[in-house]
Design a protein around this ligand. Structure first.
Ligand code: 26W
Length: 798
């Protein structure tokens, strides 16, 4: 506090204490960072470079303290100064540089990579504004800018010595070398500077500290005389202003490709800066010889967002290093691997060829050449089959030519993986079947995972202490050891201890809920939690329709038997996604009615917690009894919240989708509430022609709750304000089969309700969920990547 903040403990507020604590922790972090870098350098290690447009890090203080083994000491030391660590940790803003699952996965993966001593660098964008802050006004979502760095970020280190310059716009000149060979030269119309910020990533045990390197864009002093002379003076200026816009804000679209020019520039900007950074480091060790590049470097593309790195590396190898095409392609295609995170057609990235031509003219040429050579391969396998060529081509012909980044990624990568067994099977069967036929080894699965350090040890200290008391304290590194808890599942004393902790966590959350919303909830009720981005395929509206059905049952029959239940939601909607926002509004309006209806005697409460984010998840997950994982089968690639909740002893109500299937395999069918159509049944229903009206007319309860939405019961002065939801489920064709799954969902919920009534049975099931989550540590995911794809060796750090 004295040396880095220049303030005094008598004046210090919580924020100053937070900053001072960071400063003293950071000393330990930076010492290990230096040792790690030295060790990687002297051992000349192969490293993975995780390219991701998103890293959803959340807060770092608690994580860093736990991973350094300094949590208790720091807590004690602060206590002696009269300061409460928990209070000052609340001062830290979330680093919300991601939308949801994909971004949080990247954060869990870099934690595991450091923990397992693998040489790794995370590369991404240093957004000035992360995912918007969500306010709820009169029930509706309002977006406010997220200003996470307003008071500085004590964890990050600016590295001006590693600034990179990248090019945009301009034109390509074709030249001829003395030997007659063609040589291309890109004359850019604009140069942008990339300034790197390093965030240390502390592994558990505090040995390896890797870095997350995030690029901030800056205008360069470069003035483009080519454009000037061509009469583009004003354009050149405009584009200079644009430079600083590149890393301004994270796009808040989750699973919808918006085709925005700035987004493409963001993607190229961070990919190109990162590649230059990698090449600089490679050359320092290997000089100008490219022979060892793909032995030293593997680049993992987190979805297609950084796929432009493929033509960028080709450009560097051909235009700059002057390698021939085949040599360059050999290097490039041994360097990249690609992870697919979604099958939703609207999420598959495509860029207009015209846009690429304007922003990255040389890259478009290279993409055409990659495609041309690939089409020759296709012709050799399927001679004369133009339909297959159309399907596999990187270029989609149509009234506007589009570049398909998924196809480019599969063609340019040596490995492609989905993120759960079922998802990877569907990637092979439905998304890329011909690619799978061409390269039967290329497509594979790596099931997602979560870091147990953040998602159990740090966020649920009570349960962590109980577990350590029973089975020792090495479970954060060896999560499979949780299986030892299996034998306590029937033990009455252990059940009591386990459920007492759940209750205490619920009491804590109830306090937060009161403070955040003014709603009082009963910790003895079932806490039923659905937390994830708001999307039709995730079906928060299925949950809502069921809540309305329960409400009706209770009104019709005041003696209707059910365990009191609190339904908790956390979800952000993409700002332009109208129906998603309508669903948030509907949840809040139903909540208002239900929570104030004294006839219900508190049997149901509905809470929408605003501004769902990592730090809020850390409070909700330890307090959950039920985990809602209710996506339409085939739509949720994996899910990772499902793993976090189950690890903390919540029972899943879920469909046979994504990782739910593997969770069910692990916990056993008797410890999970599975419902709904399977992937095959959804397919069948589509083939035979799905008609939601069939369910509307057949099932009285469905009809009643949908019609209820049309009234002004939940929106007193605004009749019909909730009608869009009904409309999407009937006239809209119910694309996500909400009505088809309603009855089965309702039955699963009934089963859960009955199970909760039996305290001992529930405790046993909850314990078995925690005990059987070992598979879902992100350490296992990383080991899978290492064995199947990255082929890394750990590197010890002193
Ligand atoms: C181009 C717009 C856009 C933005 C983000 C399209 C797609 C995305 C992501 C791929 C969305 C995402 O986060 N997907 C989630 O990835 C998780 C990690 O693998 C999975 O667990 C989730 O099931 C998947 O929805």
């Amino acid at each position: 506090m004295h040396c880095s903040l220049g303030t005094d403990e008598n004046k210090a507020n919580n924020h100053a204490w937070y900053k001072a604590t960071c400063a003293s922790v950071q000393e330990h972090v930076l010492e290990q960072l230096r040792k790690t870098q030295k060790s990687h350098y002297f051992n000349d290690t192969r490293a993975v470079h995780y390219f991701s447009a998103e890293f959803l890090m959340g807060r770092l203080m608690s994580n860093n303290l736990h991973n350094l083994g300094l949590f208790e000491k720091t807590k004690q030391a602060l206590l002696e100064l009269g300061v409460n660590l928990t209070d000052i940790m609340e001062e830290e803003p979330d680093m919300a540089l991601g939308n949801g699952g994909l971004g949080r996965l990247a954060a869990c993966f870099i934690d595991s990579l450091a923990t397992l001593d693998f040489p790794a660098v995370g590369y991404g964008l240093h957004y000035e504004h992360g995912l918007f802050r969500q306010d709820i006004k009169n029930g509706a979502q309002i977006e406010r800018p997220d200003s996470w760095r307003d008071y500085g970020n004590p964890w990050e280190i600016c590295r001006p010595e590693s600034i990179q310059e990248i090019s945009l716009y301009g034109y390509v000149e074709t030249k001829y070398k003395d030997n007659g060979q063609v040589q291309k030269e890109w004359h850019p119309g604009m140069i942008v500077k990339g300034l790197p910020w390093d965030i240390p990533v502390v592994g558990y045990g505090g040995k390896t500290v890797n870095v997350l390197r995030l690029w901030q864009s800056q205008a360069s002093n470069y003035f483009n005389w080519d454009v000037f002379n061509a009469g583009g003076y004003v354009d050149a200026q405009k584009e200079n202003v644009q430079a600083e816009t590149i890393s301004k804000v994270l796009y808040p679209n989750d699973e919808t490709e918006a085709g925005k020019q700035l987004r493409l520039i963001q993607q190229y900007f961070f990919s190109a800066c990162s590649l230059k950074d990698i090449i600089r480091r490679y050359k320092r060790a290997n000089g100008d010889d490219w022979k060892y590049f793909s032995e030293q470097v593997v680049i993992q593309l987190n979805d297609t967002h950084p796929a432009i790195a493929i033509p960028e590396l080709m450009r560097i190898l051909i235009d700059r290093a002057e390698l021939d095409w085949d040599t360059a392609w050999d290097i490039s295609s041994k360097t990249f691997a690609y992870t697919n995170h979604t099958l939703l057609p609207e999420a598959l990235e495509k860029w207009p060829a015209r846009m690429l031509e304007k922003i990255l003219p040389r890259h478009l040429e290279i993409i055409y050449e990659i495609n041309h050579r690939f089409m020759e391969k296709v012709e050799a396998i399927w001679p004369g089959d133009n339909q297959i060529k159309q399907k596999l081509s990187i270029i989609e012909e149509g009234h506007e030519k589009m570049v398909r980044m998924g196809n480019l990624s599969v063609i340019g990568a040596f490995a492609v993986n989905g993120v759960a067994e079922i998802h990877s099977a569907l990637v092979k069967k439905n998304l890329f079947p011909e690619f799978d036929q061409m390269w039967p080894e290329k497509l594979t699965n790596v099931t997602n995972g979560i870091t147990p350090r953040r998602w159990l040890k740090a966020c649920n200290p009570r349960l962590s202490a109980l577990i350590s008391e029973k089975i020792g304290d090495d479970w954060p590194l060896h999560l499979e050891n949780l299986a030892t808890l299996d034998k306590y599942a029937d033990n009455a004393k252990f059940q009591k201890q386990f459920m007492k902790i759940k209750h205490e966590n619920k009491v804590d959350l109830a306090k937060d809920v009161l403070a955040l919303t003014g709603i009082t909830i009963n910790p003895k009720a079932i806490f039923d939690v659905q937390i994830k981005r708001l999307h039709e395929y995730k079906r928060q509206h299925l949950n809502l329709l069921h809540i309305m059905a329960l409400y009706r049952r209770l009104l019709e029959n005041p003696n209707y038997e059910m365990q009191p239940r609190v339904f908790l939601f956390g979800a952000k909607a993409a700002p332009g996604y109208k129906l998603a926002k309508d669903i948030i509004y509907a949840i809040n309006q139903v909540a208002m009615r239900v929570n104030n209806d004294h006839r219900l005697k508190d049997k149901i409460k509905v809470v929408f917690l605003p501004n769902y984010r990592v730090s809020l998840a850390e409070k909700m997950i330890p307090a959950a009894d039920i985990s809602e994982q209710i996506s339409t089968a085939g739509k949720e690639a994996s899910g990772t919240g499902n793993m976090k909740l189950s690890l903390n002893g919540a029972l899943t109500v879920g469909t046979l989708d994504g990782a739910n299937i593997e969770i069910a395999e692990e916990v056993g069918d008797e410890n999970i509430f599975i419902f709904g159509l399977t992937v095959d049944q959804v397919q069948q229903l589509n083939d035979q022609g799905y008609n939601p009206y069939d369910y509307y007319y057949k099932n009285k309860e469905i009809k009643a709750v949908l019609d209820w939405l049309d009234t002004d019961y939940f929106t007193p002065d605004k009749p019909g304000a909730l009608a869009s939801i009904k409309h999407s489920l009937l006239e809209g064709g119910d694309p996500y089969k909400v009505l088809a799954d309603f009855e089965s969902y309702s039955q699963a919920q009934l089963k859960a309700d009955k199970a909760y009534a039996d305290k001992s049975l529930w405790a046993k099931m909850a314990i078995l969920n925690t005990a059987r989550m070992g598979k879902f540590t992100s350490d296992r995911s990383i080991q899978d990547y290492v064995q199947k794809i990255w082929k890394l060796k750990p590197c010890a750090v002193e």
